[in-house]
Design a protein around this ligand. Structure first.
Ligand SMILES: [Zn+2]
Length: 462
């Protein structure tokens, strides 16, 4: 028998080493769980068809794809149909993940500070109450009772949630320091803030709140799609413009059926028949899908970013787009809360309503998460932000250079005058790298066109 002799000194040493190791292990921050895993462990549904049930990623398959992406990008722009879980996934869960799992302070951007009470009481608080973090809710002070005047809610883990609106008094946010910004209803803040000296939109002002954190800042924006040129669609397209794709059961192509692929309901004689006849079809081979097919295709869904494709074998090919902004969107095909029959009935009702054009735009935005053409584009009064390109809606159209400046490499300037009875709008433009820059512009009022006649008035003005 072999006897190992251990000196008392050695034993003492190893005990000490173990103690130190134990101490160091205690000091190590707890391992952070990935967002999807965290959500399934901690969240219980507070309302809806799965009330009181544990949150599961496979009920709405887009949620797995979305939660896997959140936090991986510096900016996240997220949109989907109304009532499809957008605010729950992209607003409430994100707030909770950062407050409780990552133990970080969070700034929440809303269009109007008076909305904070509703957002808290109807959106955020019920989910926290049902979760394993209910004990962290404040027992006194802001957020402990009702009340609409909410600005800062401090939780028992020491972390705070600060509500901020943009465009209001800058003082309300002067002391805010957090690297996490989560904004809801962004398209309501897509206008130049009145308080802004630099012509910033309200969203740009909000983004400024986390600028001090540089590349460490992380931002989330969640909204319905409104128009093509408004924040959500513009940023979605300018970001990764990611699409959820599904493998067609018939042709194996990876497809993403949209509104035009819901067919058959148009010729129905009534709403009921529309529901019976409506079917999604494959954008590639035209085969009809049943609701079972739709469910199955959603369960095997994949996410591709702009410029990427999926091979028939299910491999994503192509490099990631060079952007820091995730643009994530789902549409009615992915919204499994709505049956194909229900979608078809609603399409028929809209098309046969008293104001089909208005109803059509509402369907486009609310059910399909697609933008309406901007009906206000031509009505927007000419202003310096638009012409200089600093207005977000016109970003990229002009270069934003100082008025009157012409870049060195320009050979040709084009001047034009747009004549109308009462106004002559003129502009001088150049073109650099196929991009038009407005160098200078202006308006002449014609004089007395009703008296001297239009032609004379225009001639005199020129
Ligand atoms: Zn197909």
């Amino acid at each position: 028998m072999e006897v190992q002799l251990i000196s008392p000194a050695a034993t003492e040493k190893s005990t000490e080493a173990l103690a130190i190791r134990g101490f160091l292990a205690d000091c190590k921050p707890p391992e952070l769980r990935p967002f999807p895993e965290w959500a399934e462990s901690e969240i219980v549904m507070p309302s809806g068809p799965f009330e009181d049930h544990q949150f599961r990623l496979d009920r709405l398959p887009y949620s797995q794809l979305l939660l896997e992406e959140l936090g991986k990008w510096q900016r996240h722009v997220i949109t989907g149909p109304t009532q499809s879980g957008k605010s729950f996934h992209a607003f409430v869960l994100v707030i909770m993940y950062y407050l409780f799992e990552r133990q970080e302070d969070v700034i929440v951007g809303i269009p109007n500070i008076n909305m904070a009470g509703d957002k808290w009481l109807e959106g955020i608080k019920p989910v926290i109450e049902m979760s394993s973090y209910a004990h962290l809710l404040p027992q006194s002070g802001q957020g402990s009772k009702g009340g609409t005047k909410l600005t800062k809610i401090t939780f028992a883990n020491g972390r705070f949630l600060r509500f901020m609106s943009a465009g209001g008094n800058d003082k309300q946010s002067a002391g805010a320091t957090a690297r996490v910004l989560i904004v809801t209803e962004t398209d309501g803040m897509d206008t130049v803030a009145e308080s802004s000296q630099e012509g910033q939109t309200k969203i740009q002002q909000l983004e400024g709140r986390v600028r001090a954190f540089g590349d460490d800042a992380v931002k989330f924006f969640e909204c319905n799609v409104s128009t093509e040129s408004a924040f959500t669609w513009d940023e979605y397209q300018g970001g990764t413009a990611s699409k959820i794709v599904h493998q067609c059961k018939a042709c194996d192509a990876w497809v993403s059926p949209e509104r035009e692929h819901l067919v058959g309901w148009e010729d129905a004689k009534d709403e009921i028949e529309a529901g019976e006849l409506g079917r999604f079809t494959c954008p590639e081979c035209g085969v009809f899908y049943s609701d079972e097919d739709r469910l199955e295709m959603n369960q095997g869904a994949m996410l591709v970013h702009k410029g990427q494709e999926v091979t028939p074998e299910g491999e994503i090919v192509g490099s990631l787009p060079r952007t820091n902004t995730l643009g994530f969107r789902w549409s009615a095909f992915q919204d499994l809360l709505y049956s194909t029959s229900m979608l078809s009935r609603e399409e028929w009702v809209a098309a046969n309503s008293e104001e089909p054009k208005v109803a059509d735009i509402a369907r486009l935005q609310q059910a399909w998460a697609m933008p309406a053409e901007n009906p206000n584009v031509e009505k927007v009064p000419l202003n310096v932000e638009i012409v200089r390109g600093s207005d977000r809606r016109y970003a990229g159209r002009c270069s934003g250079l100082v008025m009157g400046d012409v870049p060195d490499n320009v050979d040709i300037l084009t001047a034009s005058i747009d004549c109308s009875k009462r106004e002559l709008q003129w502009s001088v433009e150049d073109k650099v790298n196929r991009r038009i820059q407005v160098v200078e512009y202006g308006i002449f009022q014609t004089e007395l066109p009703d008296v001297v006649g239009v032609e004379t008035a225009v001639e005199r003005a020129v």
